[in-house]
Design a binder for this molecule. Structure first.
Ligand code: ADP
Length: 425
């Protein structure tokens, strides 16, 4: 393609993102140029020779920087690869007049309390919720709570700090633990909020979609066949197509569309998590981004397009409406961390790879490094991918492969500096 006619996208990305590779590969296949806006401190950016260093935690300053950069290097779209830059992407696209979401919609999708308020105001089914200052006395607040409930921070993701409590005692423990997660993430307890919601029993699904001028195209509906009843909520298996009846699936799509509309999300990828029970679907969360981790690698559309290609095509003005996921069932297991410590070794990968239906295994945790389970941790040991003729078959392949993997984890001995008393020196 004539270079002058090539499209260019700016990808906003963190150095630790799993998702960059897939977006870069998609851009390459589509012959789209890419500039990376990377969340790195200025000092490191010189060392790493980063073209456009940004600070995602300072979206106003970073928007100015993007605008200056784009004045000399025009781009057709700005895409946040992960959740962390969704507000910045919305602010920058709105400043530059590029297609994107309203910054207020991006903000609502990032803050669980704002999200709950907007969804409830628009009549979208969400759990009953209450917000408390993180420093509030949990014993006193427990009197205002119905049990079972779910305690969660408002600004974190990946189920970090999300804890179920069945009674006032568990509630006090849960709040203390969630506070610790908030604090360790660098937020001050004085300004932080803890959200407490009714626990919604039911079957959980995740919907992957694309919004085009507010219209929702469902790309995949994933069942999560492992029960997610707490106390912590670690993601494990995702399988698509969903085994739910067609009318339930369309109710889920409708609920997601209403949730996006309530928040004001109109353009680009959406990822929603819902629970379904006899009362119908409930929105747990909706975000203006695509599915996280390496999960998207199992999805293929039309004549072999990846999810990231669809996102880039739509962002640069190519219609993708009507493009369907290819036939067959696919699934992924995010390998849970069984216990905290130091990961010493992983065995059984070859045997697991030989399980019929398994298409790949990626161990992303690093050997001899510390691994932290939920609710404090924020990652998995890795991913198992599978393909088959039915969702049941795919689920079984994932379970069989997981059974063959063995992770040796030894306890971590944490060293602590201790103040030495009056030693006379
Ligand atoms: P995060 O954005 O950190 O993933 P979520 O609010 O999506 O946080 O919660 C993570 C998981 O916790 C959900 O996928 C679900 O399994 C569980 N969960 C959260 N809130 C509720 C609730 N009110 N009722 C039942 N389960 C919940």
């Amino acid at each position: 393609m004539d270079r002058a006619n090539r499209k260019c996208v700016m990808l906003l990305i963190t150095p630790t993102s799993y998702r960059g590779g897939a977006f870069n590969a998609a851009a390459h296949r589509l012959a789209i140029d890419v500039v990376h806006g990377i969340d790195v401190p200025d000092t490191l950016s010189r060392e790493w020779d980063v073209e456009l260093p940004l600070d995602f935690s300072r979206p106003h300053v970073s928007t100015d920087r993007i605008a200056d950069f784009v004045a000399d290097h025009p781009v057709d779209a700005i895409i946040s690869v992960d959740d962390s830059a969704s507000i910045l992407a919305a602010m920058a696209t709105s400043r530059l007049g590029l297609p994107g979401n309203d910054p207020n919609a991006a903000l609502a999708a990032r803050d669980k309390h704002v999200m709950r308020r907007l969804l409830a105001e628009h009549g979208v089914p969400v759990p009953v919720f209450r917000a408390f200052p993180a420093y509030a006395d949990p014993l006193a607040t427990s009197t205002a709570i119905d049990f079972p409930c779910v305690v969660k921070p408002t600004l974190l993701s990946g189920s970090r700090g999300v804890i179920r409590a069945n009674d006032p005692d568990e509630f006090v423990q849960a709040v203390m633990r969630t506070r610790g997660v908030i604090h360790d993430d660098g937020e001050t307890l004085e300004s932080a909020t803890v959200l407490v919601e009714d626990f919604i029993p039911g079957f959980e699904v995740a919907l992957e979609g694309l919004l085009d001028a507010g219209e929702l195209q469902v790309l995949a509906l994933f069942d999560k066949p492992d029960p997610l009843d707490g106390p912590f909520f670690e993601e494990t298996i995702y399988v698509t197509p969903s085994r739910l009846p067609a009318d339930v699936q369309s109710a889920i799509a409708d609920c997601t569309r209403r949730a996006a509309e309530a928040l004001g999300l109109r353009e680009g990828p959406v990822h929603a998590e819902l629970r379904v029970n006899e009362q119908g679907p409930w929105i747990l969360e909706i975000a203006g981004r695509s599915i996280g981790g390496l999960c998207s690698t199992i999805l293929e559309f039309g004549t072999g397009y990846a999810l990231e290609e669809l996102i880039l095509m739509q962002a640069t003005g190519t219609r993708v409406r009507g493009m369907k996921r290819n036939a067959g069932a696919v699934g992924v297991m995010m390998i849970p961390i069984p216990s905290g410590g130091i990961l010493r070794s992983v065995s059984g990968i070859e045997e697991a790879n030989q399980v019929p239906g398994i298409t790949g295994i990626e161990i992303t945790a690093r050997v001899n490094h510390s691994i932290v389970p939920l609710p404090e941790g924020s990652s998995y040991l890795g991913f198992i991918f599978a393909r088959g003729t039915t969702p049941r078959e795919v689920e079984q392949s994932l379970r069989d492969a997981h059974d063959r993997l063995e992770f040796r984890i030894t306890p971590e001995i944490r060293l602590r500096t201790v103040a030495i008393g009056n030693s006379g020196r």
